[in-house]
Write a new protein. Structure first.
Length: 122
C-alpha cells in the first residue's frame, strides 16, 4: 500500500516555508511537530518559526483528506505504471507506424495485449 509522507502532502497543498520535526500520525503529533516560518530576524537572517496553529495555513484535516486523494489517484493510475515497462520501445512503435501494413498491425496487437493485461479501471 502506498503512503505519502506529510511533506509530500504539504507540497501538494502549496504550503511553503515550514519545518516538520518527525512524521505525525495524528493531529496532536502534527501540532507538536509542525512549525511555520512567519518572518526573518533582521539581526541574524534566521527564520522566525511559529508553532501557533493560527499561523500554519493548513489543518490536520486538510492534510488527511489530501493524503487520501493522493492515495486514490495513485491507485487509479497503477495500470499506467504496470503497462509502461511492457510496452514495446517508442522507437519501435513509431517505426512500425511509419512502415504501416503488417508491421503496424503487429505492433498494434502488441500494444493491445499490454492494455488487455492491465486494463484501465472503470
Amino acid at each position: 500500500m502506498i503512503n505519502f509522507v506529510t511533506g509530500q502532502v504539504l507540497d501538494r497543498l502549496g504550503v511553503k516555508e515550514w519545518a516538520l520535526h518527525g512524521e505525525p500520525t495524528n493531529e496532536a503529533e502534527f501540532l507538536e511537530m509542525f512549525h511555520k516560518v512567519v518572518g526573518v530576524d533582521p539581526t541574524n537572517n534566521h527564520s522566525i518559526m511559529s508553532n501557533d496553529p493560527a499561523d500554519f495555513g493548513v489543518t490536520w484535516s486538510q492534510i488527511e483528506s489530501t493524503k487520501q486523494i493522493m492515495i486514490d489517484e495513485w491507485i487509479a493510475t497503477e495500470y499506467q505504471r504496470d503497462r509502461k515497462p511492457e510496452y514495446p520501445p517508442i522507437g519501435d512503435q513509431l517505426d512500425a507506424l511509419w512502415k504501416g501494413g503488417d508491421a503496424a498491425t503487429e505492433m498494434l496487437a502488441k500494444v493491445q495485449a499490454v492494455k488487455e493485461k492491465y486494463p484501465k479501471p472503470e
